[in-house]
Design a protein around this ligand. Structure first.
Ligand SMILES: C[S@@+](CC[C@H](N)C(=O)[O-])C[C@H]1O[C@@H](n2cnc3c(N)ncnc32)[C@H](O)[C@@H]1O
Length: 398
């Protein structure tokens, strides 16, 4: 007996299983590329030709899935996050700071080995990729220097080199401060690059800014990649930044730890009591004890909406004494000794907001004091930049 209403068998849209379900994408390409797809792809439609070509390329690169890596000067594992996302396996890590070790262990369930200078390369398992954000130290330039052994001995970079030399990884990724480029009139970087080349590696370097990789932090860093063969490597393209602190700051958040000091609030107030670009500061509350400080303290608002306080004369801004951002500006590079502060809502950034500035995942945990967590994040790498460099390393290493 048939009934009115209800659902008829076979009527309506049936639910597709995830394997059958297809997503559509809009892709822009030039005529030459589309002609090549028509020529080389297999299938009846343009779409099936694209899928065929993409799948065969992915198959070609599938060997890359099984790479093993080591994480030197691991900190809290910024490199590790990016490499694990691509399916690679960490087989060794080294970090000597006990608070970093704790955070590393809590997040990766793996305790890093300690001081790398005390670890023989023979005790490190074989691996394909090495990562290291090594501390920048001056090299000794004196005397007759033949090769990297002579020039770099006694520095932590020497430990990176001896491990590369003994283990011959397919590739490495190094990170350092932007200042490495000009350190000792460029000689430090020259020694680093020539030592790596001396080991037979094809080396590429570039300064990249994390703000151009989607986080509201201007963090320019030196990145260096190397391959055990000639590789036509290209660093990722930097896009036009459009993120600001508004995107990551919780304006509702209130906590005594986030409050600025009375003194800081009063000098922010002082700045806005005048329409002048540079405002002479009230030195009675602040006694600069540097030589240049005798010229006074000045505050001024930069076109990018950051607020600066300088010690020095009004014309020359010799010493940067404090730096405040606003919700519609970006943070300066967070470093161990400087945490970002917002002048417009008169507060510091929280650990969670600093975590976002470095692109660490939401699930990342810090079971250490806020002070330690901010220091660790300040020493760390911006994960979105590492992710894109690694993507290109894997892409160009055929
Ligand atoms: C610039 S930080 C690197 C941070 C890391 N890239 C990250 O994502 O968190 C350098 C790290 O090297 C560690 N370090 C310095 N000397 C070391 C040594 N001899 N052995 C092991 N780790 C060391 C420091 O404790 C510091 O955490």
């Amino acid at each position: 007996m048939s009934r009115h209403g209800g659902t008829r068998v076979g009527s309506g849209r049936s639910k597709l299983s995830p394997e059958i379900k297809k997503k559509s994408y809009k892709v822009y390409m030039n005529i030459e590329t589309s002609q090549q797809i028509e020529l080389f792809g297999v299938g009846e439609s343009f779409s099936s030709k694209v899928i065929d070509l993409v799948q065969s390329e992915l198959k070609n690169r599938s060997h890359i899935k099984e790479m093993r890596f080591i994480d030197l000067f691991a900190g809290i594992g910024g490199f590790r996050i990016a490499l694990e996302e691509f399916g690679h396996k960490c087989v060794f890590s080294s970090e000597m700071d006990k608070y970093c070790q704790k955070v590393y262990e809590d997040n990766f369930k793996d305790t890093p080995s300690g001081d790398i200078t005390q670890i023989s390369e023979n005790n490190i398992p074989d691996f394909d990729i090495l990562t290291a954000g090594f501390p920048c130290q001056p090299f000794s330039y004196a005397g007759r220097q033949e090769g990297f052994n002579d020039k770099t001995r006694g520095t932590l970079f020497f430990d990176v080199l001896r491990i590369i030399k003994a283990k011959r990884p397919k590739m490495f990724l190094l990170e350092n401060v932007k200042g490495l480029k000009s350190h000792n009139n460029g000689e430090t970087m020259d020694i680093i690059l020539s030592s790596l080349k001396e080991l037979g590696y094809d080396v590429h370097w570039k300064i990249l800014d994390s703000h151009k990789f989607g986080v509201p932090q201007k963090r320019e860093r030196w990145y260096c990649v190397g391959f055990d063969k000639k590789v036509d490597f290209k660093f990722p393209i930097q896009t036009n930044p459009n993120t600001t602190l508004k995107d990551i700051v919780d304006v509702e958040a209130k906590h005594p730890d986030l409050e600025l000091s009375k003194f800081e609030k009063s000098r922010i107030q002082h700045h806005f009591s005048s329409s002048e670009i540079r405002v002479p500061h009230d030195n009675s509350m602040y006694a600069p004890n540097t030589k240049k400080g005798k010229h006074g303290v000045f505050s001024f608002l930069k076109p990018d909406k950051t607020l600066r306080f300088h010690i020095g004369d009004a014309a020359k801004t010799q010493i940067q004494e404090a730096y405040y951002c606003s919700l519609d500006s970006v943070a300066p590079a967070i470093i161990a000794a400087r945490e970002p502060k917002l002048w417009d809502i008169s507060r510091r950034l929280s650990v969670d907001e600093c975590r976002k500035l470095q692109g660490f995942p939401d699930k990342f945990i810090f079971n250490v004091s806020n002070l330690q967590a901010k220091k660790q994040l300040g020493n760390s790498v911006a994960v979105p930049v590492i992710r894109e460099i690694v993507r290109n390393m894997l892409y160009y290493y055929k």
